[in-house]
Ligand binder design. Structure first.
Ligand SMILES: Nc1nc2c(c(=O)[nH]1)N[C@H]1C(S)=C(S)[C@@H](COP(=O)(O)OP(=O)(O)OC[C@H]3O[C@@H](n4cnc5c(=O)[nH]c(N)nc54)[C@H](O)[C@@H]3O)O[C@H]1N2
Ligand SMILES: Nc1nc2c(c(=O)[nH]1)N[C@H]1C(S)=C(S)[C@@H](COP(=O)(O)OP(=O)(O)OC[C@H]3O[C@@H](n4cnc5c(=O)[nH]c(N)nc54)[C@H](O)[C@@H]3O)O[C@H]1N2
Ligand code: SF4
Ligand SMILES: [Mo]
Length: 697
């Protein structure tokens, strides 16, 4: 047996693992000893890696759909067909008619190739990925207040914080190794505070849990600020030396009372005062947040409210502090850094800046479009209007993971041509005209960037199954077929060298340098050759930190007589995203039943429901059948559902109302009604492609 060092393929923590290889297969994994992030541990998903990528149930050859059925094809035939279809739409409709959705699970090399393919070959900035429905409000909000949307501090800063404030993140489930670190900090005396409408595992363990009303983040954060400013608890020195525009913020909050905040959030005045005091007086307060902040139509303003609180108290730019968006996917930070966004080239360089355009046009030896492209939701809308006709989806399952599933299905059906690059036959892959098999992370070289901006190497440990290839190799061959020679990289390292040369924040990185350390944190450039653990120590990228008044906005859809329950969606520790990888593990699969609706026991009594009874849940956009689980994890009147299960796809119900700035859909709040199924009737389970070996429904 050989052990090949690599990085976990699931979440943005970026744990170090060793792939155990025997006879050309990954037979298991082990934690990497001494890894700075995971410190010799892995969570249940990491341990299940070998099931997730096993050749069994993987796509192993290109497929072309004919008369509604897939048939195997050679790479030449399949890529020839893709090139022909893209060319036809480009000729008839121009670059606005095509687009690419890239993959935050794939490497930086793949994502760099995806945006270069969109920009240099298809001549469009219609390139986006799942960050849109994840942390796009962080990128937009923190760009306005600080000038940079990334996690400001490092995971190790938790070790030196004396207060840890977690807002809208379920850390034990979703960033398990970060939660372990938070609990260790609490054990040595740090105060742990959780703000969440659900009683999460971490909330139950915390010193303080503020169980706010769903969607009342800005009311809470403004209320805390008002108490801090009224008591003179702000950090005056920091405000004077590092920030601007405190006056408009003071005026905005003048007249607000703790009683009003209490009414708006459901948190007692004394609790508000206690947290305001503790946060403003902490020597070092580490703020972490997640989807409970971003996935609202007020997502960008929610992020700005978090930023206001940290800036006013000077809890940023020092060890143990910071505004720390816990980025989700293993390489979502990297996919953003690589410019898989419709408005920026690699390194967040603006597509509408003529100097930037000139740099990339010269480096890539081609002409480039000058105006930003469409977001992923924008592309799906354009497809429904017949304006976008050919789309490549590389490693995403929007049919299960985008809001308003029926609408997504209509958009995919309206396309003339869909090509999907995937590891397995997901729900979205089934809709493809051409299906291309991708190599999994253990089958290729490259880099992932974790949530703390740490760029780490992954290495090829085994051969890809069948004919599967790395995404960047597929894109490079397609570019050649479409007449563009500028993507013929010899290997992933050559690709990385080109990327680092055009991405200032990665400019001093190389494979050997990454290998020497456990990765390097950007910015890593001539001035910071060893990388940067803490951002904004002396100044913010935009100069001064900006305080911006924001106002509470209710969710787009609130409970009413027809749809009387507030509905929110979340994640489970044992499953990941669409479940296309974790649900292949019998060990993970037996941990939880597929897709339960969590309801407070008092609501169960009102509706006459007993635990595990079948129910029909409907919103204005769709319905599903599942079973209720009665639990006081949720308050009465609010229902919650995990989103990993095709049998009970909660995105049939969710709302696609968007944040005007970031275009984030409101995945965390809508309104539903619940009706019991007749006694004895089992819920109708949606047919799906994922293998369910131990579904207990
Ligand atoms: N096991 C597992 N881990 C994962 C993933 C996975 O699918 N499974 N996915 C990865 C990805 S892509 C991401 S983005 C991260 C996401 O990680 P998290 O951000 O932790 O994601 P969620 O569980 O969706 O939502 C977090 C919390 O927000 C709370 N919430 C809902 N509404 C509000 C509100 O109005 N205010 C506040 N303060 N909180 C609210 C929910 O109750 C929930 O506990 O996880 C990553 N890690
Ligand atoms: N209701 C609700 N919906 C949500 C959310 C929510 O909280 N509530 N959260 C949203 C968030 S934060 C996110 S990030 C999205 C995630 O949504 P998706 O990105 O659609 O979810 P994943 O399951 O991570 O899908 C990634 C796919 O990539 C494939 N893959 C893995 N590695 C590779 C590779 O190297 N190459 C290629 N080509 N493919 C690969 C996997 O097989 C998998 O099918 O879901 C969003 N949807
Ligand atoms: S915490 Fe995240 S990166 Fe670490 S083992 Fe678990 S899923 Fe993998
Ligand atoms: Mo995410």
């Amino acid at each position: 047996m050989r052990v090949v060092p690599s990085i976990c393929t699931f979440c943005g923590v970026g744990c170090g693992l060793g792939l155990r290889i025997e006879e050309g297969r990954v037979i298991g994994v082990e934690p990497q000893p001494g890894h700075p992030v995971s410190q010799g541990q892995l969570c249940a998903k990491g341990w299940a890696t070998s099931f997730a990528i096993d050749p069994y149930k993987r796509l192993t050859q290109p497929m072309i759909k004919e008369h509604g059925r897939f048939r195997p094809a050679s790479w030449g035939e399949a890529l020839g067909r893709v090139a022909e279809e893209f060319r036809a739409v480009l000729d008839e409709q121009g670059p606005g008619g095509v687009g690419v959705i890239s993959c935050a699970r794939a490497t930086n090399e793949d994502n760099y190739a995806a945006q270069k393919f969109a920009r240099a070959v298809l001549k469009t900035h219609n390139i986006d990925h799942c960050a849109r429905i994840c942390h796009s409000p962080s990128v937009a909000g923190l760009a306005r207040t600080l000038g940079c949307g990334a996690m400001t501090n490092s995971i190790a800063d938790i070790d030196v914080a004396d207060l840890i404030l977690v807002i809208g993140a379920d850390v034990t489930e979703n960033h398990a190794m970060i939660a372990a670190r938070m609990l260790k900090a609490q054990a040595r005396g740090a105060t742990l505070v959780v703000v969440d409408p659900r009683k999460t595992r971490l909330a139950r363990l915390a010193d303080i849990h503020l169980q706010i009303h769903l969607g009342s983040n800005i009311a809470l954060l403004n209320g805390l600020l008002q108490i801090i400013l009224d008591n003179g608890w702000e950090n005056q020195a920091f405000l004077e030396s590092r920030c601007e525009d405190i006056q408009p913020l003071r005026q905005h909050l003048a007249g607000l009372t703790p009683e009003q905040t209490s009414a708006a959030t459901g948190v007692a005045v004394a609790e508000l005062q206690r947290l305001a005091f503790l946060y403003s007086h902490a020597k070092a307060a580490f703020t972490a947040y997640g989807m409970g902040i971003t996935q609202f139509q007020s997502g960008t303003n929610n992020v700005i409210a978090v930023s206001n609180l940290a800036l006013v108290c000077g809890q940023i730019g020092r060890p143990g502090t910071g505004i720390n968006p816990l980025r989700g996917q293993n390489n979502v930070q990297g996919a953003c850094d690589m410019g898989c966004l419709p408005n920026v080239y690699p390194g967040y360089q603006d597509v509408s800046d003529p100097a930037v355009q000139a740099t990339f046009a010269a480096a890539w030896a081609t002409e480039l479009a000058q105006t930003p492209g469409l977001t992923s939701q924008g592309m799906l809308k354009a497809a429904q209007h017949g304006e976008l006709r050919a789309l490549m989806i590389m490693g995403e399952d929007p049919l299960l993971t985008d809001p308003n599933q029926n609408q997504v299905a209509r958009a995919l059906a309206a396309l003339d041509f869909l090509v999907v690059v995937e590891l397995s036959l997901t729900e979205t892959a089934k809709c493809a005209d051409v299906l291309l098999p991708a190599a999994a992370f253990a089958e290729r070289d490259g880099t992932f960037t974790n949530c703390e901006r740490r760029v780490q190497r992954i290495r090829q440990a085994i051969a890809a199954p069948g004919l599967a290839r790395s995404d960047w190799q597929i894109l490079a061959e397609l570019a050649r077929l479409m007449g563009y020679p500028g993507m013929a990289w010899a290997d992933s390292e050559a690709l990385f060298v080109e990327m680092a040369g055009l991405t200032p924040i990665y400019s001093a990185m190389s494979y050997p340098a990454l290998d020497l350390h456990h990765g390097l944190q950007w910015p890593c450039d001539a001035a910071h050759p060893q990388g940067t653990a803490i951002l904004h120590e002396q100044r913010f990228p935009r100069g001064r930190g900006r305080l911006l008044p924001v106002t509470q906005v209710a969710p787009d859809e609130c409970p009413d007589a027809d749809f009387p329950f507030a509905f929110t969606t979340h994640r489970l520790h044992f499953h990941y995203g669409s479940g296309s990888m974790t649900r292949k593990s019998p060990l993970l699969e037996r941990e939880t039943p597929a897709g339960l609706l969590i309801m407070h026991p008092a609501d169960g009594v009102k509706l006459g429901l007993h635990d595990h009874q079948g129910v029909r849940v409907s919103s204005r956009r769709g319905y599903l059948e599942t079973r209720v689980q009665l639990s006081d994890d949720v308050p009465a009147g609010t229902l919650a559902m995990p989103y990993h299960f095709h049998e009970a796809p909660c995105n049939r119900l969710t709302n696609d109302a968007e944040d005007p700035t970031s275009k984030m859909p409101e995945l965390k709040a809508c309104a539903v009604k619940v009706e019991p199924l007749p006694p004895g009737q089992a819920p109708c389970i949606q047919a799906g492609s994922h293998e369910v070996r131990h579904a207990s429904l």
